[in-house]
Design a protein around this ligand. Structure first.
Ligand code: FCB
Length: 443
């Protein structure tokens, strides 16, 4: 049976500037925190960098052709702040904007709707040197940069996403140190969240002050957390982690402020929150972007399994090459949770999986594991739409294999295989399958 999606449903794929562009020092682009982080020995697997990445900066025309072959109706990409405002704030580098100008025109000519993310982690290093997202000034600089991009592209771009996954920047960048800027237990994680959300609100205002009628959103990584057992400590640990990942972001964006229970549990002094900040953060959103990959089983670290009542909940055995469990039902759960906030429109702005891609047949990678992952998640999405969730589009992560942050080029999420030595692009079997789904507008 074909499960059809609503007419006008957008079928997309996503990328991010540092992961695909390359051309790291061309046309006036300055250093980003990721350029710097990649040069610290041991931080990125195999010493990989985004210097060349997929060379999308030069090959974007070919990449649009690939998108056309797939039948995509939307493409999500991010703008590199260090290309557009190399000093972080102040003078705008028109040569940097030229690239996005041409890309947007090329997409529109191909009938592909651009979804533009303004910040997908490549903060200008000069702003990091002034304290990065730990300081308030970065939020102001972000709004200035957003206005500069809007004034150049806003006559054609109808869909904006301010930030990508502010939780990751705060948590992996300032607590675990796995991501740029690589700070460990800096005690600034929630300050970093606050300044990003403030920057989001200011940028949303700047975008709204530009061309009328565009849709403004944000992309959050949201996850259900399942308690390892019904032991009260496990239940509390799971609820706290889920709260800090989901409600901590959604509540203030929806105008509800930071949740009282989490404020108390986190012990965050909130000394960086100034009067009026929460109103700025609550600037109305036209769309919510959901990045969904997995559901996590959480146990209290102080409990041993022998102290827990059975049954114990284990992560499902099926995992991706990231070690992430395959849990499609969590996507449905997150869509329904978002629906409770009554956002006007929801997009799945990322969803996908890394697998080793070792099985080839006639030159084509037979990535049945990826196809099955995508299909099961899309089936959840279809069910949620059937229940009335206003889901308007789906973006597979990712169009093509690219620089997977601290794991370098070792993890492949693409629908299209990229030979990183030659830059040759070859669609995988999952890409042909996705093309058929798009053509049928259904599963
Ligand atoms: C998300 C990121 C994206 C990509 C996927 C696998 O957290 O937004 O850039 O790396 O994970």
């Amino acid at each position: 049976m074909t499960r059809r999606f609503p007419d006008g449903f957008l079928w997309g794929a996503g990328t991010a500037s540092y992961q695909v562009e390359g051309a790291a020092s061309e046309d006036g682009r300055s250093e980003s925190v990721w350029d710097r982080f990649c040069r610290i020995p041991g931080r990125v697997l195999n010493g990989d960098t985004g210097d060349v990445a997929c060379d999308h900066y030069h090959r974007w025309r070919d990449d649009i052709r690939i998108m056309q072959d797939l039948g995509l109706s939307a493409y999500r990409f991010s703008v590199a702040w260090p290309r557009v405002v190399p000093q972080g704030r102040g003078p705008v580098n028109e040569a940097g904007l030229d690239f996005y100008d041409r890309l947007v025109d090329g997409l529109l000519e191909a009938g592909i709707e651009p979804f533009v993310t303004l910040f997908h982690w490549d903060l200008p290093q000069c702003l990091e040197d002034e304290g990065g997202w730990r300081v308030r000034g970065t939020a102001h600089a972000f709004a200035e940069y957003a206005a500069a991009v809007e004034s150049r592209l806003g006559d054609r771009v109808r869909h904006w996403l301010t930030l990508n996954e502010p939780w990751v920047v705060a948590h992996l960048g300032h607590r675990t140190g796995q991501h740029a800027p690589g700070l460990v237990n800096s005690g600034t994680e929630l300050d970093v969240v606050h300044h990003q959300l403030l920057g989001h609100g200011m940028a949303a205002q700047a975008l709204r002050a530009g061309h009328a009628g565009s849709e403004i959103g944000i992309a959050l990584n949201l996850e259900p957390k399942v308690a390892r057992s019904d032991h009260p400590l496990d239940l509390d640990a799971a609820a706290l982690e889920e709260g800090l990942m989901n409600r901590w972001f959604l509540d203030p964006l929806a105008g509800l402020g930071y949740p009282d229970d989490l404020l108390a549990a986190s012990g965050w002094p909130a000394s960086v929150v100034a009067g009026g900040d929460l109103d700025v953060i609550a600037e109305p959103l036209d769309a919510m972007g959901l990045n969904y990959y997995r559901t996590e089983v959480v146990g209290h670290p102080g409990l041993r399994d022998c102290d827990r009542p059975s049954p114990l909940r284990d992560p499902p055995p099926e995992i991706t090459e990231m070690g992430w469990p395959v849990t499609p039902s969590g996507l449905g759960a997150m869509l329904r949770m978002l629906d409770g906030y009554e956002f006007e429109a929801i997009y799945i702005t990322e969803n996908g999986a890394a697998f080793p891609d070792t099985h080839r047949d006639g030159g084509m990678i037979q990535d049945e594991d990826r196809r099955s992952y995508l299909e099961r998640h899309l089936a959840e999405a279809a069910r949620a739409i059937g229940d009335g969730v206003p889901l308007r589009g789906y973006f597979a992560w990712t169009l093509m294999d690219n620089f997977e942050w601290a794991l370098g080029y070792s993890r492949r999420f693409g629908l299209v295989h990229v030979d990183h030595a030659t830059q040759q692009r070859t669609p995988k079997a999952s890409a042909s399958w996705y093309r058929d789904v798009i053509a049928r507008n259904g599963l």
